[in-house]
Design a protein around this ligand. Structure first.
Ligand SMILES: NC(=O)C1=CN([C@@H]2O[C@H](COP(=O)(O)OP(=O)(O)OC[C@H]3O[C@@H](n4cnc5c(N)ncnc54)[C@H](O)[C@@H]3O)[C@@H](O)[C@H]2O)C=CC1
Ligand SMILES: O=C(O)C1=N[C@H](C(=O)O)C[C@H](O)C1
Length: 240
């Protein structure tokens, strides 16, 4: 595919490095600091798909611009989901293609499924357990909690009815799921779900060792999306 990278920071550089091995050619880079190219410079005649990893404040505008240009867009930016229904509506109105994942790593998407399974089983069998989550990221991250933690929290709330809402701080009531955030050094991304009773602790933990897993998933999505109108996510891509 001929891809344009929107955002040429930590993820943009990782995507550019891995793109050729996935059979993609980077034909454009759009970044407010690193490039003078704009999304409006590209059309389906010059690019097959855009991959967007920028910032919570800019993702929605970039997604809209891609859809208006007729470019399928794979978006990994987090912290903008309050606009997601609007993005879906525009995508449907224009007959475009939008792929979003809070985390493109195959391992994290398996973690999401194990998380839902464990929550359902704990609800079925395990009185006396409380559950909380922790996400740890590098000090440059601007959104909190992480998009991945929000997806995992939704998975718990949907399967463990003792928790009805989440709080990005220690829980203040039994029905609150604490989703704690730590910012430490250059940690790539660690997510933990912990069930604790008087008798024992059960933990599910994913630790990213590099950004290559995120980039590989996004490049896979970029190869899959063109020619598929609609709004998609990792379950569609991986058949999970
Ligand atoms: N879904 C996933 O698997 C992953 C998602 N992310 C998310 O991706 C986003 C970017 O992460 P990083 O690459 O680590 O950030 P970064 O800060 O290293 O890079 C972001 C780049 O976007 C550029 N940028 C900001 N606003 C822009 C705009 N309006 N138009 C064009 N370029 C703009 C910045 O100049 C910067 O170069 C974050 O929201 C992060 O949470 C990060 C890793 C994996
Ligand atoms: O900002 C990051 O770095 C990451 N962001 C995503 C998130 O918010 O979940 C994915 C990954 O954890 C890295």
């Amino acid at each position: 595919m001929r891809i344009i990278l929107i955002g040429y920071g930590k993820m943009g550089h990782t995507l550019a490095a891995l793109a050729p091995a996935h059979g993609h050619e980077v034909v454009g880079i759009v970044d407010q600091h690193a490039s003078t190219q704009r999304i409006e410079d590209f059309t389906p005649a010059t690019a097959d798909v855009a991959i967007e990893f920028t910032h919570p404040e800019s993702a929605f505008e970039n997604v809209k611009a891609c859809l208006r240009q007729g470019l399928p867009v794979v978006c990994g930016s987090t912290g903008w989901l309050h606009h997601f229904e609007e993005a879906k509506a525009l995508c449907q109105e224009l007959g475009g293609s939008l792929f979003y994942a809070s985390n493109f790593s195959v391992g994290v998407n398996l973690f999401f499924h194990f998380n839902e399974y464990i929550a359902a089983k704990m609800n079925q069998f395990a009185a006396g357990y409380d559950v909380q989550m922790t996400e740890i990221h590098h000090i440059h991250k601007v959104d909190q909690p992480s998009g991945t933690a929000l997806t995992a929290a939704q998975g718990i709330l949907a399967n463990f009815p003792a928790k009805t809402t989440w709080r990005n701080a220690p829980a203040q009531a039994p029905e609150e799921l604490a989703v704690l955030s730590e910012r430490r050094g250059e940690v790539v991304g660690t997510h933990e779900v912990r069930y604790v009773s008087a008798a024992d602790t059960i933990e599910l933990r994913h630790e990213a060792h590099s950004r290559e897993g995120f980039a590989a998933g996004a490049l896979l999505a970029a190869g899959w999306l063109p020619g598929r109108p609609g709004v998609f996510g990792m379950n569609d891509l991986l058949g999970l």
